[in-house]
Ligand binder design. Structure first.
Ligand code: SAM
Ligand code: SF4
Length: 336
């Protein structure tokens, strides 16, 4: 059997058919849970060119990946990202091209991204209060994200989903309002437990941490939830439906409800590291393979397959020691 025909199966029998591809470690925001105020970004020579990112995506698809999420950092600050989307949108064998964005530039790009073939977007939104939003993102302007959400609604994506990190003392009192915002507009919404990725300043993860169960109880005070069909939002989310609406509410709980047994995904960072698990440091460097072997796909296929064999059984976050960084990499580097 050639590498082209082999599905990607890890040592624990899980098939990998989902790639999260980071196209930049840079961002126009500085969310307190994701980045420190002063960040050092990768030098240009270390980041993959658009053409190299395209080759990575092609190889994964020829090895059986069916869904690619473009992420970052903020994907829309990467020069050439539209060209990449245009080519991935045409890639035979790729069933789903999706993207995670902070939404700040969607006003400008939503239509263009949809036209490229991106079918669904996740848009991060942690507060509906302009000042608070600015505090959480350190630099962001809420109205730009709200305009971006409207532009995305007009552009006709199959589905839009808001991603919220619920944080005690920062936005916990807005949980019902955020669900109402989503319900009103026919959007889905997911609440994500904060993970200990990267050493932060000005934000104490231990203090801010809210478990999904706490968030769900808060949602249910105003919006009764019914269990949704499994995998409605895909991935590790446990999904519910807001009674009487089309809106799904998902809870992503890396701490409180481990989802590793069904993990079907890997990540590639913008400097070419294949990360088989978000919560571990194992990585396989694809960049030298990309640069040393030119257009020959075979060495890259072999490196990817070797990387998949390093996928650990599960992540190890210690919820009782959240204030430190248990994983050195920032989320903006790994790609959310
Ligand atoms: N910039 C884009 C955005 O914010 O949507 C895409 C990249 S961002 C790293 C992807 C997702 O990761 C966002 O929804 C963000 O809220 C989430 N995220 C960032 N840091 C996190 C952390 N420490 N724990 C859990 N989720 C985090
Ligand atoms: Fe940027 Fe997204 Fe990280 Fe916020 S969560 S700093 S928008 S990469």
């Amino acid at each position: 059997m050639t590498a082209d025909a082999s599905p990607l199966v890890d040592p624990f029998g899980r098939s990998v058919d989902y790639l999260r591809l980071s196209v930049t470690d840079r961002c126009d925001l500085r969310c307190v849970y994701c980045m420190s105020e002063e960040m050092e970004f990768l030098p240009r020579s270390e980041i993959l060119a658009i053409e190299e990112l395209e080759r990575v995506a092609r190889s994964f698809v020829s090895l059986g990946v069916r869904k690619i999420r473009i992420t970052g950092g903020e994907p829309l600050v990467r020069q050439g990202v539209l060209k990449l989307l245009d080519s991935l949108g045409q890639l035979p064998g790729l069933d789903e091209l999706v993207m995670t964005t902070n939404g700040a530039q969607l006003g400008r790009y939503a239509e263009r991204i949809r036209a490229a073939g991106v079918r669904r977007l996740n848009i991060s939104l942690d507060s509906l209060d302009p000042e608070r939003f600015h505090r959480i993102t350190r630099t962001g302007r809420l109205h730009r994200v709200l305009d971006g959400i409207e532009a995305a609604r007009d552009a006709g994506f199959d589905r839009l989903r808001l991603n919220v990190i619920a944080m005690r003392g920062r936005n916990d009192d807005e949980i019902p309002d955020l669900v109402e915002f989503a319900t009103h507009r026919g959007l889905d919404i997911s609440f994500i437990e904060e993970m200990p990725m990267g050493a932060l300043d000005g934000h104490d993860r231990g203090e801010a941490f809210m478990s999904s169960d706490e968030v769900r109880a808060e949602v249910e005070r105003t919006h009764p939830l019914a269990r949704a069909e499994p995998k409605a939002l895909g991935g590790p989310s446990r999904d519910y439906r807001v009674a009487g609406s089309n809106t799904r509410v998902g809870f992503i709980s890396p701490h409180s409800h481990n989802f590793c047994a069904s993990c079907n995904r890997v990540r590639v960072t913008v400097d070419g590291m294949l990360m088989p698990c978000l919560g571990r440091e194992q990585a396989t460097d694809l960049r030298p393979v990309l640069r040393d072997y030119g257009d020959d796909p075979e060495p890259l296929h072999m490196a990817i397959q070797a990387g998949i064999q390093r996928k650990p059984e599960s992540h190890v976050f210690d919820a009782s020691a959240l204030s430190g960084a248990q994983v050195v990499r920032f989320m903006s580097v790994t790609g959310g």
